[in-house]
Design a protein around this ligand. Structure first.
Ligand code: UNU
Ligand code: FES
Ligand code: FE
Length: 454
């Protein structure tokens, strides 16, 4: 493949990106191979396929996959395309099956993807078809805290290594209180006419837009975030939260003590957090004890995002450079009673479901960020993500790089830094060579020491 030179597209020092990254078809094709072909991609949560034979269909960028619970309780995934003539084998979103029968000529695949039966095998194939060679293409699967991921590349490090320091943060709510979390499905699905990176960068670190894009909504909702509406100058922004980026482009921003702020019916959720918070501090220490009560806007590289607190959990599946499918689940703690889970699901859907009040605020921006850069002149321009440059650095108490304010672009920069790295990298062994100095670009090594926050 003739690769595009990404050094032109992402300027790490000045924190700018070419606007063509949202529009260009060749860049997109390279993303499919270099990023979606080699990263761990979120598929589903174990709680959605608890029993043998339970399955969901999922997407890995433009590839369709089937994810199924096996007899030995493991989870397997395979490409949802028949090895006979390529028809989609499973059309359901989810269910329980003993086998998958292709609609076209009737080939039958086991829930492990193996080809188990072929019509007229003896009469017309004369027993010359080797069924063991015609199973569905297997996808590598690994699970972190119940979150099932798939990967197309055998050279990609383990899911745990891929998440790396980010798992330290995820553990805050995934295991901090002991009971774990789960996703409520089925996922809502909608189409949005934007490049996949626009929502990812929005969720990874764009708290800047919250007080502006969502000003009207926040004013009506009230709660802890209402004070952000309209970007009031006297807010103590530096004390309200932080933002983080870790190896491999994952990142988030936290607004302290604002967890359920977007929920209206929140009494039971508030109580759950109050009751379980001390256990998190006990198990994981005071930093994560505090993060547990915050509102997080988060993306896991490349295309999964969530708002912990609001509890919407999303994957942005690209369909070409200018369109995505948005899949939206609700994130809840397993130990919550069913009523509380339902209430949280309704609240998450009301705000960040397909027709959610805040989701629709964002949708229009995401579309126009893409389509305003289709022109040959617009595409030559640059975008800026320099907010908070140098007000960030390694921190004594948190892994990764920490930005001093939740309104800043530290995690944007981390995302595009890894985007550029993996777009150019020949292989994962080249990426590994950079592990030791991946954070060199954040030049201000003593930022937190100088601030006296240790
Ligand atoms: O719209 C968002 N991504 C957001 C909303 C982020 C933080 C708080 C509330
Ligand atoms: Fe940020 Fe226009 S002000 S995109
Ligand atoms: Fe938003």
């Amino acid at each position: 493949m003739n690769r595009i030179d990404v050094t032109e597209l992402v300027d790490l020092e000045n924190a700018t990106q070419s606007k063509t990254v949202f529009w260009d078809q060749t860049i997109y094709e390279q993303e499919l191979e270099q990023i979606f072909g080699r990263c761990w991609l979120f598929l589903t949560h174990e709680s959605l396929i608890p029993k043998t034979g339970d399955f969901v269909t999922a997407k890995m960028a433009e590839d369709l996959v089937i994810v199924a619970r096996q007899k030995d309780d493991s989870v397997k995934a395979f490409i949802n395309s028949c090895t006979h003539r390529g028809n989609q084998v499973c059309h359901a979103d989810s269910g329980n099956a003993r086998s998958f029968v292709c609609n076209y000529h009737g080939w039958v695949f086991g829930t492990d993807g193996s080809l188990v039966d072929v019509p007229l095998e003896e009469r017309c194939y004369h027993n010359n078809l080797d069924k063991s060679e015609h199973g569905l293409t297997q996808v590598r699967v690994e699970i972190y805290r119940g979150f099932v991921f798939g990967c197309f590349d055998d050279d990609t490090p383990s899911l745990e290594e891929y998440l790396g320091d980010f798992a330290w943060y995820l553990d805050t709510f995934m295991v901090g209180a002991g009971g774990g979390v789960e996703l409520l499905g089925p996922p809502l699905k909608s189409i949005l006419d934007c490049n996949w990176k626009v929502p990812v960068e929005n969720f990874i670190g764009d708290a800047y837009h919250v007080g502006w894009t969502h000003a009207a909504g926040l004013n009506v909702l009230g709660g802890e975030l209402a004070g952000l509406a309209g970007n009031q100058a006297d807010m103590p922004y530096d004390d309200l939260g932080l933002q983080f980026t870790t190896r491999h482009g994952h990142g988030f921003g936290v607004i302290h003590d604002a967890g359920p702020s977007i929920h209206i019916k929140r009494a039971a959720y508030d109580k759950f957090l109050q009751d379980t918070g001390p256990t998190v501090t006990e198990n994981l220490g005071p930093e994560r004890g505090q993060l547990y009560h915050g509102h997080w806007n988060t993306s896991i590289f490349p295309n999964t995002s969530f708002l912990y607190g609001t509890n919407t959990f999303k994957t942005w599946h690209p369909i070409g450079p200018h369109q995505i499918e948005v899949w939206t689940w609700t994130l809840v703690h397993k130990d919550m009673d069913d009523d509380t889970k339902r209430t949280m699901q309704r609240e998450a859907i009301r705000s960040f479901g397909t027709a959610g009040t805040l989701e629709s605020d964002d949708g229009e921006n995401m579309m126009t960020c893409t389509h305003s850069n289709r022109g040959q002149m617009a595409r030559k321009g640059r975008m800026n993500s320099s907010m908070g440059l140098n007000y960030e650095g390694p921190h004594p108490n948190y892994p990764g790089i920490v930005g001093s304010s939740f309104i800043g672009e530290t995690s944007y920069r981390g995302f595009y830094r890894f985007w550029a790295e993996i777009m150019a990298a020949e292989s994962w062994s080249d990426i590994k060579k950079n592990d030791k100095h991946w954070d060199d670009i954040w030049a201000n090594k003593d930022f937190w020491k100088d601030r006296g926050k240790s």
